[in-house]
Design a protein around this ligand. Structure first.
Ligand code: S3P
Length: 439
């Protein structure tokens, strides 16, 4: 958000989480539903769409490129696809706010269009690395101007793209997806090998819309020149948003909460695996598949947690969940060690530093390292912490209130609206004593 963001959370200490809750739709899948639905032939009907600022930024971008999109209305969106070559040049730059997924995936998709377009973002996004997408896209024949590897990005149209094989230097679903989306417009085959599995929503949705994607171990291959067919997409609840309630229940005695219809794609369940390793009581029910994505109800009952060394293979599978997991570590008996997570330093904020600073302020021994953190469980105190305009930092410190010794104030919380509209309403319903003050 901007520097005018004066909204704060005031969280009263104590309480526990109870009941059944459905958190908003998955952010990653919501973005992709708009992007692929726009390029499809026919009308794609989406339900469970996340009406948060990030996904709405993607929606607005495609509207600006001439796609008729009805909604969102209670999570329903109808996208009147224009086909692979039906996008039109927008009249203005496309502003995508805080959304890394929008700018990185759009870069790949727009590299294959006939027109020039400029993508801009807010202060946080304008500081984030884009060379990771412009490098492979340039190798495919795209021409992209940036501000020394950062947004704004101007993507030149009318370039003919060539398929490449790309070895991802970091485990990033955004980079993988960007290259695959460009690959739809490239001559021949484009393949991406990832160092570790990352979320595969792009691959699943492409397949669901009739575009052939080959997966062989850690390599995904797509051939240019295909087409997408409209479909129906039921967006599951976002496991990244469910995480705040899972951790909240795991740390507060007496809690028993069920999060319904949550996406449990194997590339996203690091948080469940890590919490279970720490001793959390988590059970799944009503497992099924919706729109090619596995879903389940997740029940978490309080059980004492123990610090662990987090297996590095879980890092990409829990990449957005670490701020909340650090709160779990702060409430666990003993020490939790995270390594191999340097990507956390280039998220919406430097999440290692932001969490270390806030936890230390609250009296927890949290020592940042270059690629992780070492947290020794203790007693959470009270005080004013900074969200650094990062939605997940704000919500993580909010749930810390369940185990705090006094009031926690969290500054600059407007950015929670990027991923979790009405977090405060749902959190209060579940048992957190939280109030939002907008000054
Ligand atoms: C996302 C991928 C991840 C994640 C982000 C959403 C996606 O980013 O952190 O919130 O939708 O593909 P990276 O690709 O940078 O790891």
């Amino acid at each position: 958000m901007t520097s005018e963001d004066n909204s704060k959370y005031i969280v009263q200490p104590g309480g526990s989480l109870q009941g059944e809750l459905r958190v908003p739709g998955d952010k990653s899948i919501s973005h992709r539903s708009i992007m692929l639905g726009s390029l499809a032939e026919g009308v794609t009907e989406v339900t469970g769409f996340l009406e948060g600022e990030d996904a709405l930024a993607t929606l607005a971008a495609f509207r600006a490129m001439g796609v008729k999109i009805d909604g969102p209305e209670a999570g329903r969106v109808s996208i009147h696809g224009v086909g692979m070559n039906g996008l039109q040049q927008p009249e203005k730059d496309l502003y995508v706010g805080n959304s890394g997924t929008s700018i990185r995936l759009l870069s790949g998709l727009l590299a294959g269009q006939s027109f020039n377009v400029t993508l801009t973002g807010d202060k946080s996004l304008s500081g984030r690395p884009m060379k990771r997408v412009t490098d492979p896209l340039t190798a495919m024949g795209a021409t992209i101007e940036s501000n020394e590897g950062k947004p704004p990005l101007t993507i030149m149209g009318g370039k003919s793209l060539q398929g490449i094989h790309y070895e991802l230097p970091m485990a990033s679903a955004q980079v993988k997806s960007s290259v695959l989306l460009a690959g739809m417009y490239a001559e021949g085959k484009t393949s991406v090998t990832e160092p570790a599995p990352t979320r595969d929503h792009t691959e699943r949705m492409l397949t669901g819309m009739g575009y052939s994607v080959e997966v062989d171990g850690n390599t995904v291959t797509i051939e240019g020149g295909g087409k997408l067919t409209a479909t129906t997409i039921d967006v599951p609840a976002d496991i990244s948003s469910a995480t705040f309630f899972m951790v909240g229940a795991a740390i507060s005695p007496g809690s028993d909460i069920t999060l319904t219809h949550v996406g449990i794609n194997p590339t996203r369940i690091g948080v469940i695996n890590i919490l279970k390793l720490m001793g959390a009581d988590i059970s799944l029910s009503n497992e099924g598949i919706t729109g090619g994505e596995p879903v389940a109800d997740i029940r978490v009952r309080y059980a004492p947690l123990t610090g662990i060394t987090i297996p590095e293979d879980q890092v990409p599978l829990a990449i957005d969940e670490f701020p909340a997991l650090f709160v779990a570590a702060a409430c666990a008996e003993g020490t939790t060690v995270l390594t191999g997570a340097e990507e956390l330093r280039v998220k919406e904020s430097d999440r290692i530093q932001a969490m270390a600073d806030g936890l230390q302020l609250l009296g927890i021994d949290a020592q940042p390292t270059a690629d992780g953190i070492v947290i020794t469980g203790g007693t959470i105190g009270s005080g004013d912490v900074e969200s650094h305009d990062d939605h997940r930092i704000a919500m993580s410190f909010a749930i810390a209130g369940l185990q705090a010794g006094g009031t926690i104030q969290i500054n600059n919380c407007a950015n929670v609206a990027t991923s979790f509209p009405d977090f405060v309403g749902l959190a209060n319903k579940a048992g957190l004593m939280i109030e939002q003050i907008d000054e």
